[in-house]
Design a protein around this ligand. Structure first.
Ligand code: EPZ
Length: 420
């Protein structure tokens, strides 16, 4: 397994381009199942999770390939009848695969998708996805770890989620596009990935309104066409790069993202004392002194994103004063804490909160990546530490960050990958 070696202490400065959004493109790839014709999706990042989704689409019977001349462009073409079964060994690798259930059910009338199972950050059940599809008239069965779903044709319905779920909202929204009649989704997720998916579906010929609010209305149509779409920039990658700048008292600009997708993150970066500048397609954060300790509570948009929690905590470990970081979305998303403590961070966990007392300096050490965003947090901390930090098991990072060490090097970080 590869590892990344960081020689910390450099102030990160300069400009870098964000890759396409991992979480957005995974949903768009699933949505391409709904189309009768080919789709072309551009600005698709080179990530293990994206490769897993392409592998799944091919297993379902679609021709899904990266363009030979431009690997960031993906061509998806229906190839005859779909084989609506998503096998366990694919879904367990990448739980977002579960988002193919709604499109398959709507397009084919039945589907067999492995339950994703839990992951490092939590149990992550899919009960809300299933409740939503049942509300649309699907017959749902569970056996041998698989969800079996069937419906000659889905019927529009009013459905309220018990809690905000991003992929749940996306799954039901996609299924509803081909249902008979009107579907009203209440307590819907408001993340930018939901908004971008709704835009994609409408360009395919769907009738989806209200995405970005907690109430989405879908009027079913009979068929959807393939479209060409450019994936928006990755707001979480951009936030991670800005925080690498904040943690090293630097000044970082990230291009290729929409600042409107990052408001709650940018507000918190301002709150620690950084100067934040935004413009058409770019965000910038600069700070010439230690950040101030603050309170951070994760929540669905419009709250502070849970996917930014580990990276933000890493920056707060070297802030002036104390911080309180509370994780309300996932039940086990503090696995970066023991690793940050190995770097000298002063953190006390209590239930869903972490009390972080800022220290003047972290000191580099070997650390273990445990999940995608925790790993990114360790890179941020390693850049701020004196001495060398070795982040092991970087396959976690490669799931969601495209060539992160190249981007951080371009910003002046002393960082390299060692291939094992
Ligand atoms: C999406 O996951 C993202 N993944 C996650 O990003 C992100 O952390 C999460 O949304 C929250 O923003 C993708 O989009 C591929 P949820 P999702 O359903 O949709 C509970 C990353 O690092 N829940 O919004 O699976 C669930 O357990 C990844 O890029 C149920 O109880 O997350 C959690 O506590 C990590 N039943 C909460 O809701 C359900 O049926 C929110 O999860 C569904 C969810």
């Amino acid at each position: 397994m590869d590892r990344i070696i960081v020689a910390g202490g450099n102030r990160l400065q300069g400009e870098v381009e964000a890759s396409g959004s991992k979480n957005s493109c995974l949903a768009l790839l699933a949505a391409s199942i709904l189309a009768e014709g080919p789709s072309i999706i551009e600005n698709v990042p080179d990530l293990r999770d994206v490769d897993a989704m392409l592998e799944l689409l091919r297993a379902l019977g679609l021709d899904a390939t990266r363009d030979a001349d431009d690997p960031s462009t993906v061509n998806i073409e229906p190839r005859g009848a779909l084989q609506p079964e998503a096998p366990y060994d694919v879904v367990r690798k990448m739980r977002a695969s579960f988002m193919v259930l709604g499109p398959l059910l709507a397009r084919v009338g039945h589907a067999r998708v492995s339950e994703p199972g839990g992951c490092a950050i939590g149990v992550r059940p899919v009960d809300q996805h299933l409740k939503g599809l049942a509300a649309l008239g699907a017959k749902i069965g569970l056996e041998h770890g698989y969800v079996e779903a069937a419906a000659t044709r889905l019927d529009g319905a009013r459905f309220r989620f018990d809690m905000v779920t991003v992929n749940g909202t996306q799954n039901i929204m996609m299924a509803a596009t081909l249902a008979r009649g009107e579907t009203v989704i209440e307590n819907a997720a408001r993340e930018p990935e939901v908004v971008e998916l709704a835009e994609f579906l409408c360009r395919m010929g769907a009738d989806v309104r209200g995405a970005g609010s907690d109430r989405i209305v879908v009027n079913g149509v009979s068929t959807l066409r393939g479209v060409r779409h450019r994936v928006s920039g990755d707001r979480i990658e951009a936030g991670t790069l800005l925080l690498a700048g904040v943690a090293t008292q630097g000044d970082v600009t990230v291009r290729g993202v929409d600042p409107a997708d990052m408001e709650s993150t940018l507000d918190k970066i301002r709150e620690v004392g950084a100067e934040v500048e935004v413009g058409a397609g770019f965000v910038r954060a600069g700070i010439a002194q230690r950040a101030k300790g603050i309170q951070v509570v994760t929540a669905p948009i419009p709250g502070f994103p849970t996917d930014m929690q580990a990276q933000f905590m890493a920056a707060l470990t070297v802030a002036e004063g104390s911080s309180l970081v509370t994780e309300t979305v996932f039940e086990n998303r503090f696995m970066h804490v023991p690793e940050l403590q190995r770097l000298g961070a002063d953190i006390t966990l209590s239930g869903r909160s972490a009390h972080v007392r800022g220290v003047p300096q972290l000191s580099g050490a070997p650390v273990m990546a445990t999940d995608l965003r925790a790993s990114a947090g360790l890179l941020v901390a390693g850049l701020a530490a004196t001495g060398e930090t070795v982040v092991n098991r970087v396959y976690h990072i490669d799931r969601g960050y495209e060539r992160i060490e190249e981007k951080l090097s371009r910003l002046g970080g002393n960082i390299r990958r060692e291939r094992e």
